[in-house]
Design a protein around this ligand. Structure first.
Ligand code: PHE
Ligand code: ZN
Length: 869
């Protein structure tokens, strides 16, 4: 993209259609880890509206071996390559540009472009990695069809995969072989992929609803293949679900998925050849937790679902990123909700939103879901683009309803198939299908910050009139001091004194239907006339509005509502509110603690409640969520109060915890059924609470020794380590040895060490960094050790001597030249530093300032600048 304003930013407003189109890209790879030669033939045509422009192609650090046009070698004066961009002059009309370049996969530690992971050669191209492979207009609105030939030594690289359908393969006689692939769908370069190496697979044949026979393969290194079965099933479930819920069928003859141990992100939706971080593929009960299984299913679905939301309809430019990511997260969460429990999925998503996305939206890195400008697009793969983007789609879904939403999606896919679309195209399709003016709704994409909806109630005893005054406001964010009101669908319910729902509709200055009011102004008023007594209101059922809601409930009211509410999500949320009140409330903290304890007692005694739901209620708001609710964060104080509350609650509930722990033992043994997972979830929650009360940690030790599933072993080990029980060290050693050759399970114990809730965990992290377990080139390992310290261990990261900040900052500096994206993500842990109480605030600033001038990558520099701005 052209950075034309000289301010180092790419601007949405500067978008220009490409001057040259590429109709077909023909690539030939001579694969070799040390030096791979890529021969490319691009079939080019000038844009009729922009004739006479030079051809400009992206190419990052390529060694140019030859260049020709229409078979004629190009003289030196006709082209310039400056290491980033290739400019060719004097072209007119359709032509074929042929280049040969040499690249070095083995030296590629950034894991962008073509790189080596163990014995595999893999690619990662989103967002701008393709230009590290060969010359190309590396922008999503250039969408050639592709023909890819891979050649390699057969012994080292017996399997050769690329996008699309396999066309032919042959032996080349000299120990090498070749495979030809064809991708007939117009596809931007960011979706290009190849994978080569000693891969083996699990496989399944199926026929799509349109009658196409498809082979699904999940590939991994041979020893990992038995652990691919679950992911294979997940692909099939996703494929069937998209057929049923969205009417979208798969469109190639094969769907390949590859697991990679070295991968910067979670997974990648390359056309017909998804490449995954192995942690989102490999699973069996001995090595993966129930949470891992669910995460695998949802990430597999996410990538599969991109085939329509992202690939068939792609992006005009990177400002539209949420058009594929927000939409696909919406789709994958609906998939999980349809297959499992809708309420539990919603709880999981809202926890993530409140703990992380709200903090992002309130911190130094806040940005709109569609930013107006960026310096480095890699820094925009954020919770805001993904999770808030999905919430905005959910807002639309709530506004128009499932049926109309589906009609809007059908229209969007039909009108934009094979094209590079914008958020306007998406909103237009839904506006047409629903007959609604969605221009107000569109503001969600432009405005950063989490809106607050504050509601005040007034009841007039004499008349029985009940008035709710609803105000919305969005706080200022970097570069956006003033905010406009948003379109917010707010659900509400009124309960009468008997606990019955009051069904009368209010008088309102906004559209109201079935317990839902559409807010669009800074203030709205709802009024009920002549009620018999003061009602008790509940709001935002299912968290349909992604906002911070404020209503001044008394503790008794929260407790009463937690029993009355029909909506399971809200019952959970009311218990979270009681906990927040117990932790952060002034006058009523003690009352809230009592009410919370009573509510939990009821839940634990309720044999009819879903055990996994009860477990969610036992899991109090985490540190990040609480930190989001206070003006200034006193880290040690907050963690200390939370621990105290947990101790007190555990004491109150000890018998009920023991009895649930025992009574669920049999159900917990039933494999991967929803019931068994649910039983394990509550047993593990009980175990964690019970271990607080037992310095010997007998139960945890017994659960660890009993073997069982990884879900049971890892929680037992966490209890032993985090409560520093006797025998913790020997349990850790046993676990470590048992899984020493498995990097994913190794990441698990390393994560436990790094998150021990104690300032000294920082020293353990330092110790591990000096050991052979430290693998700075492996993103999963960096996240397990440094990422979990920075994001999930407040006591160690915010250690009073500033050592946590220094360690993370020094790792950012060390990793910046190795893998800038991984380094930049670590910097994100400082996003809220301005709200940390001193001395932390000053120490954090110091750590950040110490990085100035030490980061070379645009990724790191961009973030550091915004953090210190
Ligand atoms: N597009 C991938 C996904 O969400 C994420 C990703 C982004 C992977 C950038 C690699 C690089 O599905
Ligand atoms: Zn995605």
């Amino acid at each position: 993209m052209i950075q034309s304003r000289g301010d180092g930013h790419v601007h949405l407003a500067d978008y220009r259609a490409p001057a040259w189109r590429v109709s077909l890209a023909e690539l030939e790879f001579e694969l070799d880890p040390a030096a791979t030669v890529v021969a490319a033939r691009l079939h080019l045509s000038p844009d009729a509206d922009q004739p006479g422009q030079p051809l400009e192609l992206d190419g990052e650090g390529l060694e140019l071996l030859s260049i020709s046009v229409d078979g004629q070698s190009l003289p030196a004066g006709r082209f310039v390559y400056d290491g980033h961009r290739l400019t060719v002059h004097g072209l007119s009309g359709d032509c074929e540009l042929a280049t040969r370049v040499r690249i070095h996969p083995e030296n590629n530690t950034r894991l962008e472009g073509l790189y080596r992971s163990g014995s595999l050669l893999l690619t990662q191209c989103e967002a701008q990695g393709f230009r590290r492979i060969t010359f190309m207009a590396d922008r999503p609105d250039v969408m050639p069809r592709w023909r890819i030939v891979l050649r390699a030594n057969r012994e080292a690289f017996p399997v050769l995969l690329a996008n699309g359908n396999p066309l032919a393969s042959q032996d080349l006689g000299d120990g090498r072989h070749e495979a030809t692939w064809e991708n007939p769908h117009p596809t931007p370069a960011y979706l290009f992929a190849i994978a080569a190496g000693p891969l083996e697979r699990v496989s399944r044949q199926l026929r799509t609803a349109e009658g196409r026979d498809v082979e699904i393969n999940v590939w991994a290194e041979p020893s990992d293949v038995p652990r691919c079965q679950y992911a294979l099933g997940a692909v099939e479930r996703a494929l069937r679900w998209d057929e049923k819920r969205f009417g979208r069928c798969y469109d190639l003859d094969v769907f390949n998925v590859v697991a990679a141990q070295d991968f910067t992100m979670g997974a990648m939706e390359n056309k017909g050849l998804n490449i995954f971080n192995a942690r989102y593929i490999l699973a069996d009960e001995a090595t993966a937790t129930d949470a891992d299984f669910l995460a695998i299913e949802s990430v597999v679905a996410h990538e599969y679902l991109h085939n329509w939301s992202g690939n068939r309809v792609t992006l005009r430019d990177w400002f539209q990123l949420s058009l594929k990511e927000g939409l696909t997260v919406f789709r994958d969460t609906e998939f999980s909700a349809d297959l499992h429990s809708r309420a539990l999925k919603r709880i999981e998503v809202v926890r993530l939103l409140r703990a992380r996305q709200f903090a992002e939206d309130a911190g130094a890195l806040a940005h709109p879901v569609r930013p107006a400008r960026y310096k480095e697009i890699s820094n925009f793969y954020t919770l805001t683009i993904y999770e808030k983007g999905a919430e905005i789609i959910r807002v639309l879904h709530t506004l128009v309803g499932e049926e109309t939403f589906r009609a809007g999606m059908d229209r969007y896919f039909a009108e934009n198939d094979g094209k590079a679309a914008t958020l306007e195209d998406f909103i237009d399709a839904h506006a047409q299908a629903s007959g609604r003016d969605l221009s107000g709704f569109a503001r969600w994409y432009a405005q950063a910050g989490t809106p607050t909806v504050s509601i005040a109630a007034d009841f007039d005893e004499a008349s029985g009139d009940y008035t709710l005054t609803i105000d919305q406001a969005t706080p200022p964010t970097p570069g956006q001091p003033d905010k406009q009101p948003l379109v917010i669908p707010l659900r509400y319910v009124l309960y009468d004194a008997q606990g019955a729902v009051i069904s009368a509709a209010p008088e309102a200055d906004a559209p109201v239907r079935d317990g839902l009011v559409e807010l669009s102004q800074a203030r709205h008023v709802l009024r009920w006339r002549g009620l018999r007594g003061k009602p008790l209101p509940a709001f935002n059922q299912g968290f349909a509005a992604p906002v911070k809601l404020q209503f001044d409930y008394g503790v008794d009211e929260l407790a009463r509502l937690a029993r009355l509410e029909r909506d399971a999500f809200n019952r959970w949320d009311l218990i979270q509110q009681l906990a927040s009140e117990a932790l952060l409330g002034d006058a009523d903290a003690e009352a809230a603690t009592g009410a919370l304890s009573d509510a939990l007692a009821d839940l634990l005694a309720d044999a009819g409640a879903d055990p996994a739901f009860v477990a969610e209620c036992l899991a109090l708001p985490d540190f990040d969520t609480l930190a989001e609710q206070v003006a200034e964060v006193d880290v040690q104080g907050l963690v200390g109060r939370r621990e105290e509350l947990l101790d007190r609650l555990a004491e109150d509930q000890v018998e009920r915890l023991q009895s649930r722990y025992e009574s669920l033992a049999a159900a917990a043994r039933e494999g991967l059924s929803g019931q068994a997972m649910s039983a394990r979830a509550l047993r593990n929650a009980c175990l964690s609470w019970l271990t607080r009360l037992d310095p010997e940690a007998r139960l945890a030790r017994a659960q660890f020794d009993a073997g069982g599933t990884m879900t049971e072993r890892i929680v037992a080990l966490r209890c032993l380590l985090h409560f520093r029980a006797p025998g913790a060290e020997s349990a850790l050693a046993a676990f470590r040895e048992a899984h020493a050759t498995d990097p994913l399970v190794t990441d698990k114990w390393i994560g436990l060490v790094a998150t021990r809730p104690h300032p000294e965990a920082l020293d353990d992290v330092r110790g591990l960094m000096a050991s052979t377990w430290w693998k700075p080139a492996n993103p999963n390992r960096v996240r397990a050790l440094v990422g979990s310290l920075a994001r999930s261990n407040p006591l160690a990261f915010h250690r009073r001597d500033g050592g946590g900040y220094q360690l993370v900052a020094s790792q950012v500096a060390a990793l910046d030249p190795v893998n800038p994206q991984v380094a930049a993500r670590l910097l994100g842990a400082f996003e809220s530093w301005r709200r940390w109480a001193s001395p932390q605030r000053d120490q954090a600033r110091e750590a950040l300032v110490s990085l100035q001038g030490r980061l070379q990558s645009p990724d790191g520099r961009d973030l550091l600048e915004r953090l210190l701005d």
